[in-house]
Structure formats: structure tokens, C-alpha cells
Design a binder for this molecule. Sequence first.
Ligand code: NDP
Length: 448
Amino acid sequence: MASYDYDLFVIGAGSGGVRAARVSAAHGARVAIAEEYRVGGTCVIRGCVPKKLLVYGAHFAEDIQDCARFGWHVDGCRFDWATLRDNVLAEVDRLNKAYTDTLESHGVEVILDRATLTGPHGIRLASGREVTAKTILIATGATPHVPGCPGHEHGITSNEAFHLDALPERMLIAGAGYIANEFAGVFNEFGVKVTLINRTDTILRGYDHSLRDRLLDISIKKGIDFRLNADFRGITRNDDGSLTVEMTNHEPAIVDCVMFATGRVPNTGDLGLDAAGVEWDEKGAIRVDDDNRSTCESIYAVGDVTNRIQLTPVAIREGQAFADTVFGGKPHKVDYDNIPSAVFSHPPIASVGLTEAKAREKLGSIKVYQSDFRAMKNVLAGRNERALYKMICDAETDRVVGLHMIGPDAPEILQAAAVAVKAGLTKADFDQTVALHPTMAEELVLLK
Ligand code: NDP
């Protein structure tokens, strides 16, 4: 029988890789994990976590405006980007250490180096060291996609946005997906003049149209300049350091910073996939089966590198399922149905299940219930910003097949309601639940 240096070698210490490594080690496997940048991956180091902290930081701008009608007067109030940035980055450092400690306390060898495949069981580290493993897991995540327009090198991505020396006066964000809308909201609250451009006329493709329309409407009122059907033509740097962005269908924009938020592509370049017979699709994503196994029997992949659903909790579940199946003797598969998601815009969006359009297409006959209301806090604050909750039901069975919300704390509320949708509850089940008054969430059991 062949002997290997490790039972499992994981490439990439992000959400999926860390979970798989830790749980496999707990199941008794000899595990090493290689990471070329920082343990924690996109979510912890330059994604969900620091982004959410910026969202909290940004929201104070509205709280400070709103508090006057609640009797609070905040004199001499000012925002200091460097303080927030440095505190956020310090929190990232703390989490990076905590993740490393967790891996090490489970006996996982952490190798801070780039790893590439040399064959079905072989790995070469950038240091030149060669190791072997019975099983290899690729969890290298994804990286921002930057369109190849002239002058694209003048732009940044969300990776760099967390490290800006100073806030730009004017910022152009390209794309209208998760990252674009979240960062547009954050920078706008900090007082940056934000222009968002997208190649089509649709923001947040995939979300229910009523929520998208509501966010667009509120964001425009908050001062974000949306330019739709605008394809990049090029970026030039001017003598004063500013950037001129040319686009189709609109006048050029002169800004101080351009940020690309035009999707993320699987990190599979120069990984040695060929050497191991691992196949990838036209987007560069590793092809895997339901058990996360690639076209090479000894090599698996989880998370964004497989381009299934690019969400941290999904990568974590895939890592867990891989470890339990391959090393724990408890095989199971990830259930991709009814995965809730959120956009941490201002206000945030949260959603689970089918949109109205998708439900109509899939089920034919549906019922739509909605509540369009102003949160009590917004009413007293004098903030003219309405929330919208929308429930989609199968007309035949009364089963709730989709729940979509935009409004304060929508993601916090939807997480709990998603349990009911996942459990297959009906509109009648929601209606039988007594409202918890006065809350925004009570609208969910009072939908008409
Ligand atoms: P998204 O896929 O959400 O949005 C990409 C945007 O860029 C779309 O508006 C798209 O337009 C546009 N676009 C794509 N390709 C091009 C191109 N070649 N030229 C011009 N425009 C282009 O990607 P993000 O980068 O915002 O986020 C990446 C992923 O990260 C998300 O899909 C999500 O899974 C995850 N994420 C999740 C978050 C959360 O859970 N809150 C937060 C941040 C990221 P069009 O619609 O016309 O294709």
C-alpha cells in the first residue's frame, strides 16, 4: 500500500478549507493546510466580516441624523475613516490568529505557502518542498474579476477598499451585484459621492424585482448616482490625479477612485489541475460531483472555487460534508434548497426561496402577499423610507415558497423566518402565530 505524508492536504485556508481541515483532523486524519495569503480566507480577511463592520460604521451616519427627533443632540460630530479602518483591520488580525490557533489546536499543520498540484497525490510548495497526500482538497476560493477595458489598472477591487489611505471625494463603482450595492451604501454614508454603473439595467440580478426596485429608489434618494446600461469604455488618469471613466450611453464621469465589483472568478489559475487530471468548466470552476469529488478520484473541491453558490455558510457546509463523508464515516450531502441570502445595503435586503417571477415560472399558480410599511422608528425619526416584506405561496398547497424583505434588520429577521420556509410551512401556519408587538417582524404574520 502506498504511504503518504498526509491523509489530507488542503489547499486554501478560507471558510471551506478550514472547516474541512479541522473536522477531518478531529476524525483522526493527519492533515496539513496550505495558505498563500492569510488564514481565514475571503470572508474573514477581506469579505463578509470587515465589510459588515464597515456597514455598522456607516449606519451611524443615519442614526446620528435620526437621533435628533428622539431628543439627542450630537454636537461637533465627525467621521474619521482611519480610526474605523484601523480598528476593523485589527479585528481581522485577531480573527486570523484565532483561526490559526483553532487549526493548530486540532493538530492541523498550517503551511503559509503557495501550493500547486503535481499529480493526483502530489503537491509542490513555493518553497520547493514536495509532499504527498492520500486525499487533496482544493478550497482556493475566488478572486475579483476585473474587466479588460483600457486603463483598468487604475481601478481597485473590494480587496483594496478596506485599506484606503483616505476616503476619495468621488468614487465610481462598476457592477450592481452584492459587492457594488454594499460598498456603494457604505461609502455614500461616509459622505463620498458615489456613482454606480452597470452594463445592464438590472441591479442585484436574482433577487425579487420588488426589492430591487425599492433599493434602487431608496439608494437614488440617498444620493447614489446610478448609471445603467453603461458599459466600460476606458479609464484615463488626469494630471490632477483624478480619473475619467468613459462608458456607453452616458457622459464620462470624473472621479477619484474606481472600484470594480464585477463578479468573482474561481481561483484555479496555475494550480496544476492538468497534472492531476482535474477538469474545470468554461468559467474556470472545478467540476465536482454531489460529494465534492473532482474528475480525479483523490482530489475534491469545496467553496467558491467550484462556483456553485458563492456564500460562506455554503462553503462551510461543503467542507463539513466532505470531512464527515471521507474521514468521519458519516456520509452526507449538502442540501442547496432554500438557502437564505442577504445584501447588506442601506437598508439591507434578505431573501429565501423563489422570487415572484421564478415561482410563477415554476408553479404557474401562486399567491403573493405583501406589507409595505414604514418602521415605527423611521416614522418618529422623520425618515421617509419604507420597508417591504413579500411572501410567495404555492396557490394549490398554501406552502410558502419564497420570502423577500427589505428594511431595517431584514437579514436578522429573515434568518429565523427561513426556518419556517425550509420546514415547508404554509401561509396559514404563519397566520396562526400571534404577532409580537410592536416589532417590524410581526408584519410576517400579518401579511395580506
Ligand atoms: P455579483 O455576481 O453579485 O455581481 C456582479 C455584477 O457585475 C453584476 O451587476 C454584473 O452584471 C456585473 N458584471 C459581471 N461581469 C461583468 C463584466 N464583464 N463587465 C461589466 N459588468 C459585469 O458579484 P459581486 O462581485 O458583487 O460578488 C461576488 C459574489 O460574492 C456574489 O455573487 C456573492 O455570491 C458573494 N458575495 C456575497 C455577499 C453577501 O452574502 N452579502 C456580499 C458580497 C459578495 P449583470 O447582472 O448584468 O451580469
